[in-house]
Design a protein around this ligand. Structure first.
Ligand SMILES: NC(=O)c1ccc[n+]([C@@H]2O[C@H](COP(=O)([O-])OP(=O)(O)OC[C@H]3O[C@@H](n4cnc5c(N)ncnc54)[C@H](OP(=O)(O)O)[C@@H]3O)[C@@H](O)[C@H]2O)c1
Length: 278
């Protein structure tokens, strides 16, 4: 069971922790405090975005932690109003400046924004930045297979990671399989399904939690890992930040995984990327 505590090797050879700390809806001041806590507790991946408005706080926390830069895996994302080759390049430079770092470990296109139709150019800007050492790995977020296919056909490169809405209520089994076939790592956002408020109380989750002496959140995080996903739970509370990392001392059985799979509703909590117009 401990192989899941080992990092994942991405399709470009970059090594990424399987679990990270998510920072959506954590402002600059709070993010400094919570990211410092997460790093102290042992997290080595932090997920931010220009849209979250907290890159300054995240950068301060990384600097204050005293952990060498090459031991922290930093992900950020280019927002929808910075698509296109030049705009994406400027957005990256601004993210680096706010974070106070020389490079990102992973830079994602936050949404494909298909109505703009510029995501291939945006991805090319990330590939160019990778050549220059400003980005170690080039990925995307909220891309559908059709968007990934287009990126690959126009740039010759598959993104290393696709960060997508994924939790037991919307488990993306077909997309996960498609990613695996094409060497793309699936990273789950909204992993605890908390926008619904009910996932952690579902019977298969509660039963597995009782059986293993773990919390419902730990069971759900473990489900992500055992289903082959990287996962970035967010909490603003130190005790939950700690709890969410303590997932390497138990293993869900095949029956438990299948019972949790059975919670799938086929309904997203978030926006449908195919129709995303921003
Ligand atoms: N690429 C994208 O479009 C996209 C979209 C959304 C999110 N993300 C990324 O994914 C990360 C995670 O997603 P998310 O923040 O939306 O949702 P999440 O991690 O699934 O859930 C966060 C919620 O769960 C609660 N929570 C955390 N740990 C808990 C625990 N152990 N027990 C009970 N409740 C717990 C948190 O409350 P407290 O804070 O009060 O503990 C918060 O309300 C984000 O922070 C962000 O980095 C990316």
């Amino acid at each position: 069971m401990n192989e899941l505590s080992a990092p994942i090797r991405l399709n470009d050879g970059v090594v990424m922790p399987r679990i990270g700390y998510g920072t959506y809806k954590v402002g600059d001041d709070e993010s400094q405090r919570t990211v410092e806590t997460a790093l102290e507790l042992g997290y080595r991946l932090v997920d931010t975005a220009e849209m979250y408005g907290n890159e300054v706080g995240v950068g301060r926390a990384v600097a204050a932690s005293g952990i060498p830069r090459d031991e922290v895996f930093l992900t950020s994302k280019v927002w929808n109003d910075h698509h296109g080759r030049d705009a994406a390049r400027r957005a990256l430079e601004q993210s680096l400046e706010r974070l106070g770092v020389d490079y990102l470990d992973l830079y994602l296109i936050h949404w494909p924004s298909p109505k703009q139709g510029l995501y291939t150019e945006t991805f090319q800007a990330i590939l160019d930045a990778k050549e220059e050492g400003l980005v170690r790995s080039a990925g995307v977020s909220n891309f559908l297979p059709e968007h990934l296919e287009r990126v690959r056909s126009e740039t010759g490169v598959w993104p290393s990671v696709n960060q997508i809405e994924l939790h037991p209520y919307f488990n993306q089994a077909d997309v996960r399989a498609w990613h695996a076939e094409h060497g793309i790592v699936t990273e789950s956002w909204g992993p605890l399904g908390q926008r619904t408020g009910s996932l952690l109380a579902e019977e298969p989750v509660a039963a597995a939690a009782a059986a293993h002496g773990k919390s419902p959140a730990q069971v759900v995080i473990r489900w992500h890992l055992q289903r082959g996903c990287a996962v970035i739970p967010k909490s603003a509370r130190a005790e939950r930040i700690a709890e969410n990392l303590e997932v390497f001392d138990f293993e869900l059985t095949g029956e438990e995984l299948t019972a949790i799979d059975g919670l799938h509703t086929g309904r997203r909590q978030g926006i449908d990327p195919g129709g995303h117009e921003r």
